[in-house]
Ligand binder design. Structure first.
Ligand SMILES: [Zn+2]
Length: 233
């Protein structure tokens, strides 16, 4: 079973019908808010990988996500491809974003998702040093190019399997100016379709940390101890 790429978590091998919805590039009001309403309506919790630059621009949008019980992860500060950065610059991107989130929530995120899913050896060393597992995905709605909610949902539904990590977006990674973020209404609508269809197939939804906790051997494979620290060897 293919569960990891370059020591990043792509999915979790499970028999139980459990999946994790994840949303990248926010916070992006009002689309983050619309998504929170959609998820609350279905009683589903998800994981939001926040861009530090947007956390700084829209601090008031972060607390409602955490308060609703969703998990908050780190998606770098600037959303530049990590492969183009020095190791110290990568570390700075992660630490700056975790600091911003901790200042608002009193808690540091434990998970990191690299922009564009690009994970190289330098990034691996940086996330190991910080004890933050890199989380990729094995299911997505291609909502960066598709704008029809039904087609976004179908792309996910046609191949979904237990333990999958699903990628959608409530913001835009490529937009530097946080205030210039465009609509994510199709992703919000697709979320409702995916939840209803998967619930009908007997699936339940958990956060990424909860999904990872269902696989007792995952921390060992990732080289993470119970304290969340990476082993030194
Ligand atoms: Zn992104």
């Amino acid at each position: 079973m293919f569960w990891s790429y370059s020591d990043a978590v792509v999915s979790v091998p499970l028999d139980e019908k459990v999946v994790a919805l994840t949303y990248d590039d926010g916070p992006n009001p009002p689309h983050t808010q619309a998504l929170l309403e959609m998820l609350a309506q279905h009683g589903v919790r998800a994981t939001f990988f926040l861009k530090g630059r947007n956390v700084e621009a829209f601090p008031e949008s972060v607390q409602p996500v955490a308060r609703a019980g969703h998990e908050i992860g780190n998606h770098s500060y600037s959303h530049r491809p990590m492969l183009s950065l020095s190791q110290s610059a990568m570390r700075e991107e992660l630490v700056r974003t975790s600091d911003l989130i901790e200042n608002l929530l009193g808690q540091r995120p434990v998970l990191f998702r690299p922009p564009y899913g690009l994970q190289g050896p330098g990034l691996k060393m940086a996330v190991d040093e910080l004890g933050m597992p890199s989380i990729l995905m094995n299911s997505n709605g291609a909502d960066w190019e598709e704008t029809d909610p039904g087609l976004i949902a179908n792309k996910i539904l046609e191949s979904i399997a237990p333990g999958d990590i699903i990628l959608l977006h409530d913001g835009h990674g490529d937009v530097d100016e946080p205030a210039a973020q465009q609509s994510r209404a199709p992703s919000v609508a697709a979320t409702g379709i995916v939840i209803e269809a998967l619930k009908a197939r007997g699936y339940r939804f958990v956060t990424v940390s909860e999904l990872m906790a269902l696989d007792a051997f995952l921390p060992i494979r990732l080289g993470i101890t119970a304290r969340g620290q990476t082993r030194s060897e």
